[in-house]
Design a protein around this ligand. Structure first.
Ligand code: PSU
Ligand code: MN
Length: 326
């Protein structure tokens, strides 16, 4: 898969580049107080491919030091294939597009001391001058502002189990409905209600495609029991969808779900048992709001003896490769 990428990217990139020039104006971003890391600045100014990466997965999604090694490794996969990685975060009140190695390290050590920052939190985190790790929704917002069309992560947020009564629906889904960025991921974790997540994405007008499979993947495994609305089998097909979206200015996002390879998938039963236990503990401890997802990720990892974390890391690497091809 990796060996096809360089050639395919050469073929695809120019189509994206023509669309890219409509956005990014580095000076105007800097006037807004957004800091752009020099390598990203150069790539954006020259219209070269840039891949956005989120930072809540670093601060709240994985423990130290695996969070740091994964963050570095995904950046290096992006670089190896000729694109520039731009990890997005708010450091001491300054939104940053692209982080230095020291800044990645700082954020990884901050862990949950960094503010988990989704769209609703952006303004208050900046005004208080604190450090915020951006979720998928906030990362999409900044990526779009900078004219970055492709963003890669592990798992996105969704409709939580029992979301029909709690209304706990991730702002990642509404952001996908309003921001034209291609989000490449490994699907939606089964800590969430996957069928309702897909329903909600349809309501929001999000283009959802699965890569190389009929099913929408469930992150830890390639199977969720839910059929994806559309199947694609090549980076060219993904790029053609993105091109139509940009050309027509649909303004909504595209979700590309790449299943974890079967040999790496965690045993579904094992994960489901851990999820049930974690959900029970969550209710007992009355965990609510934006603490829910980090709590579940941490407990499922502990209860599966690190299996879920190992799958998470592998999934990140895998989806990374496709994002670079775009
Ligand atoms: N799912 C994961 N890993 C993560 C997250 C979700 O498997 O790290 C993070 C992402 O940053 C995502 C956020 O955008 O959690 C969603 O949080 P919430 O459910 O509170 O919207
Ligand atoms: Mn929520």
């Amino acid at each position: 898969f990796a060996s096809r990428i360089a050639t395919i990217r050469r073929h695809i990139a120019p189509r994206f580049l023509s669309a890219r020039s409509s956005h990014a104006n580095v000076e105007s971003l800097e006037r807004l107080g957004i800091r752009i890391e020099p390598n990203v600045r150069k790539a954006l100014s020259e219209g070269l491919p840039v891949v956005a990466l989120e930072s809540t997965i670093i601060s709240h999604g994985m423990p130290y030091p695996q969070n740091l090694s994964t963050a570095k490794e995904v950046e290096s996969v992006v670089k190896q294939h000729g694109a520039t990685p731009a990890t997005i975060a708010i450091l001491n009140g300054v939104p940053c597009i692209g982080l230095t190695e020291e800044e990645l390290e700082f954020l990884a050590q901050c862990g949950s001391a960094a503010a988990k920052t989704s769209r609703r939190d952006i303004a208050q985190v900046i005004s208080r001058g604190v450090t915020g790790a951006t979720t998928v929704s906030a990362t999409m917002f900044f990526a779009a502002k900078a004219g970055i069309h492709v963003f890669v992560t592990g798992g996105i947020g969704g409709v939580h189990r029992l979301g029909e009564s709690t209304l706990d629906i991730s702002s990642d889904l509404t952001e996908l409905g309003r921001t034209p960025v291609v989000v490449v991921c490994a699907g939606v974790k089964s800590i969430l209600d996957i069928p309702r997540t897909l329903e909600y994405l349809e309501t929001q007008g999000v283009t959802v495609v699965s890569y190389g499979t009929e099913e929408f993947p469930a992150f830890f495994t390639s199977k969720s029991g839910c059929k994806a609305p559309c199947r694609v089998d090549s980076p060219e097909q993904c790029a053609a969808i993105a091109e139509s979206n940009l050309k027509l200015e649909l303004q909504s996002g595209i979700l590309i779900a790449v299943p974890i390879p079967d040999q790496h998938s965690a045993a579904a039963e094992h994960v489901e048992t851990a999820i049930q236990t974690a959900l029970q503990e969550m209710r007992e401890k009355n965990v609510q709001g934006n603490a829910v997802t980090p709590f579940l990720l941490k407990r499922v990892n502990e209860l599966t003896g690190g299996d879920s974390l190992a799958s998470s890391i592998l999934s990140c690497m895998q989806v990374d490769q496709l994002s670079v091809a775009l």
